[in-house]
Design a protein around this ligand. Structure first.
Ligand code: ADP
Ligand code: MG
Length: 919
């Protein structure tokens, strides 16, 4: 047994009192001061990952890529063949490029790392004797905290209380069957099996508990394991695979062309071997899309940052791509499509309907009440209903230390009931004290009920029950009317259902309230859900409004424009669900509503068929979402699905994009999801999809841009070869390197962070098998922009030669002529790329409309490339290396004019394209 195992065994075997004493704490936790001091001593409760691999290794990796190796070798050959400067220059270019890639990857990592800090996990901790919501990183040994289903266990702890607690320890043990945990000591079998200990990194699947922390941060078992297994195996994403394939394909083509040129240079032009090699190398370098991967990573990371600003945290860069392909969103209703600002506006009793007007809502957890009160004393049924609603309630009312206003901790549904009781003037504290809670059957979204058992008086216990009407009414056999309990008649049931339908048709959500008296000497242990939540006495309905989020109407419209289908999947009633769906424009009123029971009965073929039409799912349990999601996928859809509870986890994992709620979601759901909404808002999913589409479009813009310059880089060599060397090489290898690894880099990067093009959400989702390098990109880059650029640069070359007396004088003849001619070719390509960068910014929208200067990064890139060109032509040492020469002002004017017509021609083409799209 090692030291930590010993410590564990000791904490498991000691009595509760001993454990508390040893940790110098009490059953009501630490004081704020003590906790602060311990935080200093033990440090924050975080897992610090050690150096992930060595930084040096990551750095060096950038110098070992296929292209880098090619450049190393060619530099060496250049040196061996006597051109020392050329060799060194090639190496220098290689080093600069490697550093740049490293910097890009570093930036991307920084961008994504900072996101995770935006998502704190909270724990309910006792400090100064009161329960407080505290960032889990602030937990220290000795802290006493509560847990409930869906919580991540924040630290290693000993249980002090536990009700039907199930813990999923798979993260720690790999064992996927949940462990039962309770306060009695049982060593259990296998690792971490002690029944009364819970461990950081695991999650609570069911039940509730109270525990005292004995180890935090790196001292936890999870922390220990994290130190051991730092290196995670990374699986390549589809996008990475696609990019790798792309790079390889293009590289193979490049090498093929290189070999052909090499052979041609030797046999056609009779170049020496070393010189031919350098020449062929120029071609290879011209074609290989170097810097593609780091640029893609960086623009994904920028996309992720933009999404975060729009309340969508993406956990993995690759989800960005999938988002752009999404064809269906399965969405919860409550809190996602609606505001989750519940207000009880009616209390329906068989005898009377009370209308509660005014606000009285929870604002950031604070109760804001209007003055209105309902006199409940005169109505015994109302009195009883309020009591049940207030007692069957896990909302905690606290005094906010800063505002001194009452503050509510709990779910909006239950908080609304507390406010209802407050409004009626009901004394909550008194009721809670007089009738203490003895036992509970927590709410679960399968049976859609919750039950608490209280000591009513010496001789009676009372079971307080609330839940959805369809799940509660069948459990009732009596009804209380005017203080008297009588049998529930079919007529009563009709009236109750009619009332429920009336409210539901208005999109209101009702919760049924019932109770039951039990003998005071009932054996608590023998009370189960089955024998308690039955023979209930029906009391009435509390009717709540939960208005749609104001931004939802537009978000739904946008989805429809973008050919994205939305399917509401809710636990709420069919009528409420449909009413809201129609109201926000999600479906027409012809939509089919399928209940959970119907869903279970459907065959796969039936469901597949039904999912093709307008459909809403109501009264479904979260587990059933899995079936919906997987059937949609069988229909070939790319599915995003939302969820918040423990039982949503399988569907979230199954979905192509699992979306968890950041505010109301459980830790389990957040863990299973690919994306987390920091505002729980459906509209944020739509924003994320827009960003996802934008990122992909930007990658294509970037590709178009860098591929374009390959053509004018290749044409000179073709001229040279086909003229059997009569036309001197219009562009040298060093110049090709300059464009590819120098001037093109920054504007290309700028394209990666281009804004969404208007209309991007008016197109259908991209097909799953669509390739980044599609026909359109190839056509545009090689045939259209590429040829245009070649025409201009070749013209520049011959124009300069013509000025020097060609064709009467041979092209080589005049002293400085050749250098000036190649410099002009280089210049023409650089200046053409200025216009090209602007042109690539949009598919069909006018750049004047998007704003010429709206993407400032591109302009930084443009300024950079012009300065670089000027330096290369002016510094004598570089002139020699790059075969350049200072240009006359007339030459600069010539170059500066190039972008203007190129840009305008493309604007014309786009306006023609727009007109054709409209027609
Ligand atoms: P939704 O899909 O709208 O989020 P839920 O799964 O949260 O639905 O709830 C389903 C139904 O369960 C609700 O319509 C309501 O009738 C009932 N319900 C919700 N919360 C509680 C609760 N705390 N206690 C009892 N019943 C509840
Ligand atoms: Mg819910």
């Amino acid at each position: 047994m090692n030291a930590t195992e010993e410590k564990r065994a000791q904490f498991a075997q000691a009595t509760q009192a001993q454990v508390l004493a040893q940790l110098k704490t009490s059953a009501t936790g630490l004081s704020q001061d003590d906790a602060a001091q311990r935080l200093n001593q033990y440090g924050p409760n975080t897992i610090t990952k050690g150096q992930e691999g060595s930084q040096l290794k990551v750095f060096l990796k950038n110098f070992a890529s296929l292209m880098a190796i090619l450049l190393w070798v060619s530099g060496l050959i250049a040196i061996l063949s006597g051109t020392l400067e050329l060799g060194i220059a090639i190496w220098l270019v290689n080093i600069i490029n490697g550093c740049f890639s490293f910097w890009q990857e570093h930036q991307a990592k920084k961008a994504t790392d900072s996101l995770m800090a935006m998502l704190p996990t909270f724990t309910q901790v006792y400090r100064d004797g009161k329960v407080q919501q505290i960032d889990a990183t602030q937990l220290v040994p000795g802290d006493v905290f509560t847990l409930q289903a869906g919580n991540a266990v924040p630290v290693d702890a000993r249980l002090l209380e536990a009700t039907s607690m199930q813990v999923d320890q798979s993260a720690l043990t790999g064992e996927s069957v949940p462990e039962s945990k309770n306060v009695k000591y049982d060593p259990g079998e296998g690792e971490f099996a002690e029944s009364n200990l819970i461990y950081a990194g695991t999650t609570v699947g069911a039940g509730t508990g109270l525990a005292v922390c004995f180890a935090s941060g790196m001292n936890t078992e999870f922390g220990q394991i994290a130190t051991l297994t730092q290196q995670q195996v990374k699986v390549d994403s589809p996008l990475t695979k696609e990019l790798n394939r792309l790079t390889k394909q293009i590289s193979m083509i490049a090498i093929g062309i290189g070999i052909a040129f090499f052979v041609a240079a030797i046999f056609f032009v009779h170049y020496p071997i070393a010189k031919s090699f350098i020449f062929a190398l120029g071609m290879i370098v011209a074609f290989i899309p170097e810097g593609l991967l780091p640029t893609v990573t960086l623009s994904l990371a920028h996309g992720v940052q933009r999404m975060a600003k729009r309340h969508a945290l993406v956990k993995d860069l690759n989800s960005v791509e999938t988002l752009g392909e999404t064809t269906v969103i399965c969405s919860d209703k409550t809190g996602t499509l609606t505001q989750n600002q519940m207000t009880v506006n009616h209390i329906w009793l068989l005898n009377h309907t009370y209308e509660l007007t005014g606000q009285g809502y929870v604002n950031n957890g604070h109760i804001e009440l209007d003055d209105q009160t309902v006199d409940f004393h005169s109505d015994p049924d109302l009195d009883r209903l309020l009591r049940v609603a207030a007692l069957n309630n896990d909302t905690k009312v606290q005094q906010d230390p800063e505002t001194h206003k009452p503050k509510l901790l709990g779910t909006p549904t239950e908080a609304a009931l507390i406010i209802m009781a407050e409004k009626a003037g009901f004394d909550l504290a008194k009721a809670a004290k007089e009738t203490p809670r003895l036992k509970e059957f927590p709410f679960d979204s399968d049976r859609k009920r919750m039950c608490t058992i209280h000591q009513h008086d010496a001789n009676t216990l009372s079971a307080c029950v609330k839940g959805s009407l369809s799940d509660l009414l069948p459990q009732c056999d009596t009804i209380q009317v005017a203080g008297a309990i009588r049998r529930l008649t079919p007529d009563d049931i009709d009236k109750i259902n009619a009332a429920n339908r009336k409210f539901a048709a208005q999109g209101l959500r009702s919760l049924a309230i019932a109770y039951r008296q039990l003998p005071g000497d009932s054996d608590l242990d023998s009370l189960t859900i089955e024998n308690t939540e039955t023979q209930l006495t029906f009391l009435g309905l509390t009717v709540m409004a939960d208005p749609p989020r104001p931004e939802i109407y537009q978000a739904v419209q946008e989805c429809h424009d973008a050919n994205i289908k939305i399917i509401m999947v809710t636990g709420d009633s069919t009528l409420t669900a449909k009413s809201i769906a129609v109201k926000i424009g999600l479906t027409s009123d012809q939509a089919r509503v399928v209940t959970g029971t119907e869903l279970d009965a459907m065959s796969e073929a039936q469901l597949q068929e039904a999912l093709r039409g307008e459909i809403i799912f109501a009264r479904v349990a979260p587990e059933q979402k899995y079936k919906i999601v997987s059937t949609l996928q069988k229909n070939g859809e790319i599915v995003a699905s939302t969820g918040d509870g423990v039982n949503d986890a399988p569907a979230l994992k199954k979905a192509d994009i699992g979306v968890a709620m950041g505010v109301t979601g459980t830790d389990v759901a957040k863990d299973a999801a690919d994306m987390i909404l920091t505002d729980d808002n459906f509209a944020s999913i739509v924003s994320a999809i827009e960003e996802g589409r934008t990122v992909y479009a930007n990658l294509q813009k970037f590709l178009t841009y860098i591929l374009t310059s390959n053509v004018p880089e290749a044409i000179p060599s073709v001229l040279f070869l086909f003229s059997r060397g009569l036309i001197p090489l219009p562009m040298t290898v060093m110049q090709i390197l300059t464009v590819d690894l120098g001037t093109d880099m920054l504007p290309a990067l700028g394209l990666g962070s281009e804004q969404a093009e208007p209309g991007i959400m008016h197109q259908p989702p991209r097909a799953r098998d669509a390739h980044l390098l599609n026909k359109q990109v190839v056509w545009k880059a090689f045939a259209w922009y590429g040829m245009l650029a070649s025409a201009i640069s070749t013209f520049a070359y011959f124009f300069v030669n013509w000025q020097n007396g060609w064709p009467d004088v041979a092209l080589f003849a005049s002293g400085n002529g050749y250098a000036r001619a190649t410099t002009m070719v280089l210049g023409a390509i650089v200046f053409f790329q200025i216009a090209n960068a602007l042109n690539c910014r949009t598919q069909s929208a006018s750049v004047f409309k998007t704003g010429i200067f709206s993407n400032i990064r591109i302009w930084y890139g443009i300024i950079f490339e012009v300065i670089l060109l000027a330096i290369l032509t002016l510094v004598p040492f570089l002139q020699g290396l790059f075969n350049t020469t200072a240009l006359a002002w007339q030459d600069w004017v010539f170059l500066a004019i190039i972008p203007i017509p190129v840009f305008l021609i493309e604007e014309l083409r786009k306006s023609w394209l727009r007109r054709r799209q409209q027609a």
